[in-house]
Structure formats: structure tokens, C-alpha cells
Write a protein that binds this ligand. Structure first.
Ligand code: IPE
Ligand code: IPE
Ligand code: MG
Length: 256
């Protein structure tokens, strides 16, 4: 009797089938991901939550490679929200340390892959080691142009919109802009994401059907995909599948 096919076989069969269906001309330019489920992944294995975050970092590496493979130009990853400070100190500090470690360990790969790192969120109020690691990654990778990796760090969409409103108010008082000239473009220029296209596709892992304060302005017309896969289990084929699913959607932007 033949040996049963290995899980690698199924994985490569799935990848081949997906690649056959993928239209390279219609790849979403910008994919944003709410990477959720690290804690559940760890708890299911009797491991500390930090182990889930570490496994989640591996999934980011795989996702970056897969994004490049399909020709995605911008990849935004929700890494730490303004609300995540509410978590136990031990978990927050494990995450802050992990960010530094993972950035360091991956810097040469990011350079090799032509990845430009950009941060959205309030870096100044992060622990200085973490803030420095990100600032130096942004500087080091500034000349790369194959894939923009936008890391949402200490990011909250309401906070972002309030900051933009504050900047507009200041500019109005200073006479830089008049109240009548405040329009969508003027607000967008003052968001963290100024200059980035809106996400075409928003993915959330681990089955939760909510936005959790992520890119509330920018996802106005994004296609949404929620998968039950926990973030540490998210792999190349899951991204390919999300892109193929996206390509089957009819985007209308309110028209008909
Ligand atoms: C996402 O995984 C990672 C961060 C929010 C930093 P969670 O830690 O939220 O995992 P669950 O939702 O508890 O499973
Ligand atoms: C969203 O996940 C934040 C990140 C992925 C960084 P959460 O786990 O914090 O969201 P809620 O609390 O389930 O809404
Ligand atoms: Mg969560």
C-alpha cells in the first residue's frame, strides 16, 4: 500500500491550486491584517501567552515573504493597540522586548527582501528601547522599495483621528488653512497613514468580527476577510487564499 501523502504534500497541492487561480494583474495593493489569536494559540498548548506572541512573530516572517511573492505592495500589521496597555504588565513587557529582539533578528532579511519599515502610532510614548529599535529600522530600510511593511504600534484609530483634528485646529488658528478648506484630503494628510493608499483587503484572524479600533477611517471601502485560523498558524497559503477570495469580490464603492 502507498504511504499516505504528507501534510507538506497537501500544503503544496493547496498552494498550486491557489496559484493557478491567482490573477497577478489583480493583486490587492494594500493588505492590512489584525493579527489576533496569539493568546489562544498559547493557551491551547498550555504555554504562556508570550510563547504565542513569539510564534506570531514567525507568522509575520512567512506573511512578508508571501506578500512579496504575490506582489502585494503595502502590508500593514496591527502589532500593538492603544488599548493593549490594559493587559497585565508581564505580557506588555514581554511584547516590548520581543519587538526589539524580532526586529534585530530580521533586519538582514528585511534588507535582502527590499522591505521598507514604516510605523504608524505613537512611538514617542513607547519604552525607549522599543522606540529606538523601530526608529532605527525605519532609517535603515528607508531606501528599500519592494514592499512597505507598515507596523501599527501603540496605534488607535480614534487617537489618530483626534490628533489629525487637533493638527487641523492648530493650522486653522495659525492661518495655514481656513475652516472652509477642511476636507477629506486635508484630514488625510494629517493621519499617520498620510501618503499610503487605503487598504484594499483587511484580514482578521481568529474569528473575531470586530475592528478593535484599527484604521477606522481608512477601511471605509476595504474588503473584509475574517478567518478562524489563529495568527501563529497563519501561513503563506492562508494569504494566497485571502487574495484569491478578494479577487472574486465585486467592489462597488457606492456606485452600481
Ligand atoms: C494578538 O493576539 C496580539 C496582540 C494583541 C498583541 P492576542 O494576544 O490578542 O490573542 P488572543 O486574542 O488573546 O487569543
Ligand atoms: C487587536 O486585537 C489588536 C492587535 C491585534 C494588536 P485585540 O486582541 O487587542 O482586540 P480585542 O480586545 O479582542 O478587541
Ligand atoms: Mg486578541
Amino acid at each position: 500500500m502507498l504511504n499516505p501523502p504528507s501534510s507538506d504534500f497537501f500544503s503544496s497541492e493547496r498552494a498550486h491550486a491557489l496559484l493557478r487561480r491567482l490573477d497577478p494583474q489583480a493583486v490587492p495593493a494594500h493588505v492590512a491584517i489584525i493579527m489576533d489569536g496569539n493568546g489562544r494559540w498559547a493557551e491551547a498548548r498550555g504555554l504562556p501567552r508570550a510563547a504565542g506572541h513569539r510564534a506570531g512573530a514567525k507568522a509575520i516572517e512567512e506573511t512578508i515573504a508571501a506578500a512579496k511573492e504575490c506582489g502585494i505592495r503595502y502590508l500593514t500589521i496591527y502589532s500593538f493597540s492603544t488599548e493593549n496597555w490594559r493587559r497585565p504588565h508581564e505580557e506588555v513587557s514581554a511584547l516590548m522586548g520581543l519587538f526589539v529582539e524580532v526586529l534585530r533578528a530580521n533586519m538582514s532579511d528585511l534588507m535582502r527582501q527590499g522591505v521598507r519599515v514604516r510605523v504608524i502610532g505613537e512611538l514617542d510614548s513607547m519604552p525607549s528601547r522599543t522606540a529606538k529599535a523601530f526608529s532605527s529600522a525605519v532609517t535603515q530600510t528607508a531606501g528599500n522599495g519592494d514592499l512597505d511593511l507598515v507596523v501599527a504600534l501603540n496605534y488607535g484609530a480614534r487617537d489618530e483621528i483626534v490628533r489629525a483634528a487637533r493638527a487641523l485646529a492648530r493650522d486653522a488658528v495659525a492661518g495655514v488653512i481656513s475652516a472652509d478648506d477642511v476636507d477629506e484630503a486635508a484630514l488625510e494628510e494629517r493621519l499617520y497613514t498620510a501618503g499610503l493608499p487605503d487598504p484594499d483587503l483587511l484580514i482578521r484572524t481568529s474569528g473575531e468580527m470586530r475592528l478593535s479600533n484599527f484604521l477606522l477611517w481608512q477601511v471605509a471601502y476595504s474588503e473584509i476577510r475574517v478567518t478562524d485560523v489563529l495568527w501563529p498558524d497563519f501561513c503563506r497559503d492562508d494569504l494566497l487564499e485571502a487574495v484569491v477570495d478578494f479577487q472574486g469580490r465585486e467592489r462597488r464603492f457606492g456606485g452600481r
